[in-house]
Structures are given as C-alpha cells and as structure tokens.
Ligand binder design. Structure first.
Ligand code: SF4
Ligand code: SF4
Length: 233
C-alpha cells in the first residue's frame, strides 16, 4: 500500500495535509454525479466499515458475499471489498455506464451514505502512512467536479471520534502490513489458517451493539496472542 514518491508526484498536488488543514474537495454533495461509484477497484473494507454496514442494514457479513462484497487478496491478506455490479461493456463507454458499486441506488445516490466505508468518506483524498502516523493527500485526477471549494479534512471525513478512529486505522494498517509481510514465510496450510482466522475474527464474527473501538481492541489483543507463535516461526 505504500505509494512511491514518483506515483505521488503524478497523482497529487504535491502536498500532504493534516486533519485540520483545508483542502479543495467540496463538491456540493455530489449532486447529479455518481462517477466515482462506477468501475472502481480496490474499495477494501476495514472491520469498522463492516461493523457499520452490518449493523446499519441489519444483515450479517455472509449475506453481503452473495452480491455487494467479494473477498480478495490485498498485499497477501484476504480482505473484503466492494464488488462492481453488472457486465462490463465490450466497447468504450463513459465511466458512469460502467459496472457500479452494489450500494449505488437507481437514483445514483449512495444507499449507505451515513455508514459508507472509510475509503468512500476519504475520496478524493488518500492516506499517506508514515513511521509515526499518517497524513492525507489530494488525488488531483479523481473527482472532476468544477468549482470545488475548501473543506477542513476532519469535517470532510465526518468521523464522530477522530482520535479513536485514527488509533484504530493505525493499528489496523500496521497489523495488516505485518501479516502481509509474515505470511509468505509460512507453509501453505499455516498461511491459510492465519488468513481465515483473521477473516473470521474481524469480519465474520458478529459485532455487538456496545461500540466498535473497545470490541476491536479486545479482538486485536486476542489475534496478537493467538498469531504471535505462528508468525514468529
Ligand atoms: S466524482 Fe466527485 S462529485 Fe462525482 S460522486 Fe465522486 S466525489 Fe461526488
Ligand atoms: S458505498 Fe456508496 S459511496 Fe461508496 S462506492 Fe458504494 S455507492 Fe459509492
């Protein structure tokens, strides 16, 4: 997931933003536009995203694997991501006519807006992870809405508890990165066991109603104690 300097130069305005900085992302609530919900790869979902989606729609994780979500390998780890719906045309068409996210409504609005995933909240921003945290970058070739206005990054993200959210993202990012770097050294059987354990613990096991972050911390503690012996061999 680490973006190389050259790629960053090409896709960003060359700046890194903090959560209190203003950035030109305001797009009038996407009125009349759903372009970025079509033909998009890599909409990976975090455990917090699945907590919000499963509870918001009152459906278990497995239910979404029938249609809206698929499992795929991301840097060596099995993760769920949004699945594009529909047949890809065999001739060039505008992006709005390409397959779309399964949560996009017929009216072209996000059907899960209040609990949409982190990556959709961010867009067209991205996160740049550094040794001691992360900052944000603006992807200049993404949203093409004219006359965009400046919004504070944390307001754009709309997280109720930005500090806890930040801690969660750093923990999850470091965990996934660590697993991705360790599993290639394992036997096929051990690798499969580890990846399925993570999938079950952080995605398939239902989340209770009493707040995500304490439940996540407990599961992470469990995962680290269970996986440490396997990963250190
Ligand atoms: S491309 Fe821009 S305006 Fe259109 S839906 Fe995406 S963020 Fe909104
Ligand atoms: S979850 Fe909502 S915002 Fe994100 S891609 Fe799907 S329809 Fe678009």
């Amino acid at each position: 997931m680490k973006r190389e300097a050259d790629e960053m130069k090409e896709i960003t305005d060359g700046r890194l933003y903090g959560s209190r900085d203003l950035v030109r992302v305001g797009c009038h609530d996407c009125e009349g536009c759903s372009t970025c919900c079509h033909d998009v790869e890599g909409l990976f979902l975090t455990p917090l995203d699945m907590y919000r989606i499963t509870r918001g729609l009152g459906r278990p994780f497995e239910d979404f694997l029938e249609q809206e979500i698929e499992l795929t390998l991301c840097d060596g780890v099995i993760l769920p991501k949004m699945k594009m719906q529909g047949q890809e045309p065999d001739h060039p068409v505008p992006r709005e006519q390409m397959p779309a996210c399964g949560f996009l409504t017929a009216e072209g609005r996000c059907g899960i807006h209040s609990f949409r995933p982190d990556i959709c909240r961010l867009y067209p921003l991205g996160r740049y992870y550094e040794a001691d945290g992360f900052r944000y970058f603006l992807q200049i070739h993404e949203c093409e809405r004219p006359h965009r206005y400046k919004v504070q990054v944390q307001e754009w993200l709309g997280e109720e508890n930005p500090e806890e959210n930040r801690r969660f993202l750093l923990t999850w990012h470091a965990f996934v990165k660590g697993v991705g770097e360790s599993v290639p050294k394992l036997t096929d059987d051990s690798r499969k066991q580890v990846l399925l354990y993570i999938l079950r613990l952080f995605y398939m096991k239902p989340w209770e109603d009493d707040g995500f972050y304490p439940q996540f911390a407990a599961r992470m503690e469990r995962a680290q104690s269970v996986l440490a012996p396997l990963m250190n061999h």
